[in-house]
Write a protein that binds this ligand. Structure first.
Ligand code: PHE
Length: 336
């Protein structure tokens, strides 16, 4: 007998009341005069005297349960909710937190870089990832036998011995976009050019075959080296805080003269170290000649920064490969 009562209890508990129709079905099945609860009470006559108290109690419990489920569902439906109701629903239970996704650390760093240069009066330009030798090297004043053109660093898509055929390469830096911009537009030009670049290097914690750069170019009359350094210092402070520790060193690039590099001090467990975040300099007159801008009238500065480096520095990431694995356990840590 008790088994039958429990069976009925389970039936009541698993019944899903979703709308007025199923509410009525529930009433007919369990609570009406011919319903299962009434029929259950009809069996009371067969129960031995000494068990009557116990069985009666269990039956009353089931009856109350059915009535409760009915009443709750009815008032919920009346208050116009569309959820599925049943005896097992407890809408006050806490839910499992869900991961709603986050921006990739590279995207976050890039957004901040764009924001800073936007404030400094730069607009945004872009160019193709598949470049020709002219834009990636020649117009940027790379001598014909420069080692950077070597197979070791450059992914060649088309390589030809015929001097009239332009080699096709995956761009090794964003500087070719400078060339495209200067061919298209007259000064003043003040733009940043974010983009992905490629180098045929061994994959290690510190280097990868692709990474991201933001190129910058400012061309006008009387642009000076002082303005370049001022802009880069301003950038570092806005990016890393006004107490950032930076240094500027002389360097060499074929397309700038003079050339510099900027390092940021990275504090870590092993005592810290200088990390190079960008190369820069004054646009070389030969570059102006290649794009037919008069170097007597105009001057300009250019810079190219590594977005991966900047993101790694900012978030304390010590292996560049983490940026490209798309491991959810890594990405989850950048929910903002
Ligand atoms: N293109 C250089 C590089 O990839 C960086 C650079 C850009 C240097 C502009 C000077 C001016 O290393």
């Amino acid at each position: 007998m008790i088994d039958q009562i429990n069976q009925l209890k389970t039936e009541i508990q698993s019944f899903r009341i979703e709308n007025v129709d199923s509410l009525e079905a529930f009433r007919l099945q369990f609570l009406s005069r011919n319903g299962k609860v009434q029929s259950m009470f009809g069996l009371m006559a067969m129960v031995p005297k000494e068990e009557k108290a116990l069985v009666g109690k269990a039956m009353n419990e089931v009856k109350n349960l059915a009535q409760n489920v009915f009443d709750t569902a009815k008032s919920k439906l009346a208050s116009n909710e569309t959820k599925v109701f049943g005896a097992l629903d407890d809408i006050s239970l806490p839910v499992e937190p869900t991961y709603t996704g986050s921006f990739h650390p590279l995207t976050q760093a890039l957004d901040d870089i764009k924001q800073i240069f936007y404030r400094l009066g730069f607009n945004i330009a872009d160019g193709p990832e598949l470049e020709d030798d002219f834009h990636n090297f020649t117009a940027l004043n790379f001598p014909p036998d420069h080692p950077a053109r070597d197979m070791q660093d450059t992914f060649f898509i088309r390589k030809s011995d015929d001097a009239d055929v332009n080699d096709l390469v995956l761009r090794t830096h964003t500087s070719p976009v400078q060339i495209r911009l200067m061919k298209e537009k007259k000064p003043p030009i003040r733009s940043i050019m974010p983009g992905r670049v490629f180098r045929n290097e061994a994959v290690t914690a510190k280097s990868y075959f692709q990474f991201n750069q933001v190129e910058g170019l400012y061309v006008d009359e009387r642009v000076t080296m002082g303005e370049l350094i001022e802009t880069l210092v301003m950038f570092s402070k806005l990016m890393y805080g006004s107490d950032v520790n930076y240094r500027v060193r002389p360097s060499f690039f074929p397309f700038t003269e003079p050339s510099i590099e900027m390092d940021i001090w990275w504090d870590n467990d092993t005592g810290g170290q200088w990390l190079e975040i960008l190369g820069a300099g004054m646009v070389d007159p030969n570059v102006f000649e290649a794009v037919k801008i008069d170097p007597e009238k105009y001057s300009g500065y250019a810079f190219g920064m590594g977005v991966d480096r900047i993101a790694m520095l900012r978030y304390g990431i010590d292996d560049i490969r983490l940026l490209y694995d798309n491991d959810i356990r890594f990405l989850k840590q950048f929910t903002s």
